[in-house]
Design a protein around this ligand. Sequence first.
Ligand code: E4P
Length: 219
Amino acid sequence: MKIFLDTANTQELKKAAETGILDGCTTNPTLIMKEGRDYVQTLKEITKIVNGPISAETVSLEAEGMVKEGKKFAKIHKNIVIKVPMTPEGMKACRIMTKIGIRINTTLCFSANQALLAAKAGTYIISPFVGRLDDIGESGMHLIEEIRKIYDNYGFKSKILVASIRSPTHVRDAALLGADIASMPFKVYEQLFKHKLTDKGIKQFLDDWDKLQKGLKKK
Ligand code: E4P
């Protein structure tokens, strides 16, 4: 499963890229607003840090506008993937851009039927939002299971990107269910490394190493 960061913060992306684990990145208008910077400029910087798909989101509601925005973003770098919303206009834009070689990430997916339609429209990535479904008392992970089954039933090649991740448990469940990508906030990415027994083990090894050095000095 590929690991993406759901952020427009270049410092976070740099830190994750240094480990060699980072496979891509997703951005959206909210994340860009948090950074308070120009979208195109930020995307340009991200392409220098992230060696993999980088999603840039359109804000038009009509297909024509989405295509116009998409073409502008796609010119920045070959790794840019265009996000369109899961609407009839979004799917129209998906078809048009896919035909001219621009890869699409269909965002704001909340049902298996939406994922089916997006795959039929040729989306490169489908983004089901698990956290927002959990927030309203539905099961985000159940949706991932359904989409995996449908895509496998019909051999759809669209990649399932688990979006709106809130915790390491979401990441583990996504991997267990065979999702292709998990895109998470930096905080969750950092939590993935952690285990209290790892910390305890490191401390014990260092303490014992220290004891050994002191013992050797005495001899
Ligand atoms: C994914 O592409 C979205 O940008 C993101 O995962 C939304 O997450 P949120 O529900 O935490 O805003």
